[in-house]
Design a protein around this ligand. Structure first.
Ligand code: GLN
Length: 202
């Protein structure tokens, strides 16, 4: 049974729960989802992988760094402890991976521009090329960030036309769209399969 930690700071997290459950039945990989609100939740649940949902990154930084929660520093410490730990960050979660803002350097090798698609196209849906899944994928973009620079240590895992909308550095994947809001649980299946390989078969 894999333990998946879901960062519950703000924003739509419940759709990640359904996407993870669908991914679990698709792959046959059993999971337990642990909702993380405080640093102590991370310690007690000892997750094998973490999902960082979207929301508003400024709000998430505030709530995640307050003295009662202290969840964000604990999550960053958990990720930094082993560069192979599987992490899926979507939208604002991708912003936090690219710019953790804790003085410790980026967790994926890319920089982002917040709300990079501007106000005319604040939110839209488009078929993207999900390179990591080897198929098209329905991309749901909501006030999405845009990757500015992508470094050598990041691999592009999703494209909208010519533009990268997903990158991965080792087992840390940052997507600027919301895979949990589509019916296709492919990226969540990627997380479960990667986690199973990382922890169970290793
Ligand atoms: N615009 C948000 C931010 O800058 C991200 C939006 C989202 O997660 N849907 O944090």
């Amino acid at each position: 049974m894999l333990r998946i930690g879901l960062v519950m700071l703000q924003g739509a997290r419940h759709s990640h729960i359904s996407a993870l459950e669908r991914a679990s039945s698709e792959t046959g990989i059993g999971i337990e989802i642990h909702e993380l609100r405080k640093a102590s939740d991370l310690e007690s649940s000892e997750p094998h992988a973490i999902v960082m949902p979207g929301g508003e990154s400024t709000t998430m930084r505030l709530t995640g760094n307050d003295a009662i929660s202290s969840l964000l520093p604990a999550v960053f410490e958990w990720i930094r402890a082993d560069q192979m730990r599987p992490v899926l960050g979507t939208c604002a979660g991708a912003i936090l991976l690219a710019e953790p803002g804790d003085g410790g350097g980026p967790l994926v090798d890319a920089s982002v521009e917040r709300n990079g698609f501007g106000s005319q196209a604040e939110s839209f849906q488009a078929e993207i090329d999900a390179i990591a899944l080897d198929r098209e994928f329905p991309g749901v973009f909501i006030r999405a960030p845009r990757f500015a620079d992508i470094g050598d240590d990041a691999q592009v895992v999703a494209r909208l036309g010519d533009e990268a909308v997903g990158v991965m550095t080792r087992n840390r994947m940052a997507l600027t769209f919301h895979p949990e809001l589509s019916q296709d649980s492919g990226f969540h299946e990627w997380l479960l399969e990667t986690t199973a390989k990382q922890w169970v078969e290793a």
